[in-house]
Design a protein around this ligand. Sequence first.
Ligand SMILES: O=C(CCC(O)(O)[C@H](Cc1ccccc1)NC(=O)c1ccccc1)N[C@@H](Cc1c[nH]c2ccccc12)C(=O)O
Ligand SMILES: [Zn+2]
Length: 590
Amino acid sequence: KITDIKKAEEFLAEFNDTSEEIIYKYNDAYWKYNTNITDYNDQLQQKAYLQWANHSKEFGLRAQQFDKDAFQDESIRRQLEKISLIGSAALPKTDLKEFNAIISKMETIYSVAKVCWNGDQDCSLLDPDLTGIMAMSRDYKELEYVWEGWRNASGRTMRQDYIRYVELSNEAARLNGFPDNGALWRSYYDTKTFEADIERIYKELQPLYRNLHAYVRRKLLDTYGQNHINTKGAIPAHLLGNMWAQSWINIYDLVVPYPSAPKIDATPTMLKQKWNATHMFHIADEFFTSLNLIPMPQEFWDKSMMTKPEDGRAVVCHPSAWDFGNRKDFRIKMCTVVNMDDLVTIHHEMGHVEYFMQYKDQPVPFRDGANPGFHEAIGDVLALSVSTPKHLKEIGLLEKVDDNEASEINFLLKMALDKIAFLPFAYLMDQWRWKVFDGRISSTEYNKQWWNLRLKYQGLCSPTPRTEKDFDPGAKYHIPSDVSYIRYFVSFVIQFQFHKAMCDKAGHTGPLHKCDVYKSKAAGDLMADMMSLGSSKPWQDAMEKITGQRNMSAESLLEYFQPLTTWLKKENENEVLGWPEYDWSPYLQP
Ligand SMILES: O=C(CCC(O)(O)[C@H](Cc1ccccc1)NC(=O)c1ccccc1)N[C@@H](Cc1c[nH]c2ccccc12)C(=O)O
Ligand SMILES: [Zn+2]
């Protein structure tokens, strides 16, 4: 093994110089495919992917020639380690081609899947039509039709491909020295107690979730009646305002605690004031620059895709942020709809781009988040400030803001419908996949085990009978697209730690949920100093830089929701928490 430091430095310099161009070429081809799904563009992206994979493999094998532990210089050691971890590029050529082809096939199925009415006359895609129905409809049967139709058109048709995807993922993981792909994914958190830490944090948050679940279930009884809601059973999964019941924000009007107090909903005002996508992006950009963060560059405004093309092109609508690797070209691809949900999502995506720009001068192996959860948290932290009634009023999206207990509970419940409802979903998404990758869940019971987890963690049941002909996990973007999900669970916990640290830095006093860091340069600098590290240091160092402590903790999240927790416990005094009648189901009712 090579231990010569000069040779190591030359190798790293060569990697850095040759990588930018090949990364740009791959992103350019992948962007063209994502914003215009055709066979031709698919072939081009697969070719560019193979070139990028060959580059990774060549440099990965060369990096392994060095005895990385022989180097005192932590940066050299860490760069060699990251270059050695080449993921799917370790697969033999034919397997690699098959692997990439399967993923783009599943992703295409997902992006073009549609639900049709009256004999295929008119059909709807997920984005924006089916999403809109799931959010707005209060018709039990209509929701059921769309919920099942989407799963038939997306998940069900990719079930066989997924089985092959699992085999190839595990083969690649083994070639990288891991027992299975779940172990490889968990390694990105560089913490040997990661699973135990996540489980502990989940257990701390579960009481609050069960209180929210019981409260919402009680309210849904008023809307959907005894036949469809059992106050000791699971909630039918299609009634929560979202295709996957991962966010319950869209049924806020059915569950608002004090209907007479002002509803904190900015969407009607956005529509009345004729907001459009570009304006929403500028509002978000202005928030970032108010914190002395880097503004979106001109190329961003010129090359991003902010709305779904109207020329009938098939595109991947699921939002994403793009770093083209040349330290200049950064984009967002999103099918923006003018509503509060998408204003929050724009902040989420822009958080990714801010992170890209903050670490763009790091060596290529360090141009990444401290861990995947950090990358997901940045934008959401800023959105916590933007979502306060005080801030929404400041940007003209709310007329009046009351400062009384009723308004406070209304606001905190709305935030809980997004942030607390999401936690069990984010947790179970990779619980299921970790078990699929390590063989604890076999392909003969993919769907049965999925619904076991949906019941166990979310307290949901399917509105219609499910069999192993179905593949409901495939109905959620990240499964066909090979994108891990525990990153969002981590993000939803640490974003409150970051929020608290920024609020302290901004000199905020009073309850955490009222904090808005708008225009605080000190708070912005705190985040910028962390982001500029990229993945050059262990994430515990990055965490310490912001919060002064080195671990993930649910403490700040629980502090933020404290007033709501107290209120819910009182409200639920005579409620049954949980779903003890676990075998109740809406389709077995008379
Ligand atoms: O998937 C997303 C947003 C999309 C993304 O920005 O996370 C995107 C997903 C993706 C990953 C890899 C390839 C393609 C899409 N991630 C990125 O664009 C991204 C960019 C750079 C680094 C890491 C991730 N959100 C999750 C849940 C979620 C977390 N926070 C939210 C806030 C508002 C709305 C949704 C969410 C979801 O919709 O289920
Ligand atoms: Zn994201």
